[in-house]
Design a protein around this ligand. Structure first.
Ligand code: PGA
Length: 257
């Protein structure tokens, strides 16, 4: 049974003070749910990781970072290592987000290095994949998914790969308010799962969690998460407020029940 995972990617938003407020607000909202039937992950900016970790404490909410560098330590100005993230309280790390691919020269090769480094030190990577609008219109969606998934997971064995969460995020749906329909999302995510079955085996593919990301809101969360191959959501904009993010978590919990 795959546990549904709802992660909030705060991107480059929230000062430390604002991050603490948001994390506290969420904790209060989620406390009302009593038992969390879905896994909840908060991914604040690096500067707020340690403080958010302290706020969430043993509430069951997990912490994630938005990126990582693959080297253990050294003269790499501006970069943050896996062990530093673990030290700050992280369990997860987002890797290969489309904004990093678009603005910071992230490639499948660097994504692969980051996924491997994360797994080696015990961090669980959330690896983002997905096509742009131009690629979709040219009918290249599945080709892009082949490329992102196969190269991102290169040389990672079946035993390790089940620790990876894949986030299918069609680039045209990120921050645009244009959500993929539940059929479009399921179609792509089923494709990814079948691809994983070919790369590994069916059992492994059935164990791996695949999230959907791109304009997830309280209004569409239920329908998306209810799809057979959608095991949760990676939420940007709607994760920046305690009310909308907790509502998404509530909807996802309804599906699980
Ligand atoms: P969005 O972002 O929910 O604002 O579309 C999703 C993401 O970038 O992970």
């Amino acid at each position: 049974m795959r546990k549904t995972i709802i992660a909030g990617n705060w991107k480059m938003y929230k000062t430390i003070k604002e991050a603490i407020e948001l994390a506290n607000g969420l904790k209060r909202e989620l406390f009302k749910l009593k038992e969390l039937s879905v896994e909840v992950v908060l991914c604040p900016p690096f500067t707020a990781l340690a403080e958010v970790s302290e706020v969430i404490g043993d509430s069951g909410i997990q912490l994630g970072a938005q990126d990582v560098y693959w080297e253990k330590e050294g003269a790499f100005t501006g970069e943050v290592s896996c062990s530093m993230l673990l030290d700050a309280g992280c369990k997860y790390v987002i890797v290969g987000h489309s904004e990093r691919r678009q603005y910071f020269h992230e490639t499948n090769e660097t994504v692969n290095k980051k996924v491997k480094a994360a797994l080696a030190c015990g961090l669980l990577p959330i690896m983002c994949v997905g096509e742009t609008l131009a690629e979709r219109e040219k009918g290249l969606t599945f080709k892009v998914l082949d490329d992102h998934v196969q190269n991102g997971l290169k040389d990672i064995g079946a035993d390790d790969v089940t620790s990876v969460v894949i986030a299918y995020e069609p680039v045209w749906a990120i921050g645009t308010g244009k959500t993929a329909t539940k059929e479009q999302a399921e179609d792509a995510q089923k494709y990814i799962r079948d691809l994983l079955a070919k790369m590994y085996n069916r059992e492994t593919a059935d164990e791996l969690r695949i999230q959907y990301g791109g304009s997830v809101k309280p209004e569409n969360a239920f329908d998306l998460v209810a799809q057979p191959d959608i095991d949760g959501a990676l939420v940007g904009g709607a994760s920046l407020r305690a009310d909308s993010f907790s509502e998404i978590i509530r909807k996802a919990s309804e599906v699980v029940k």
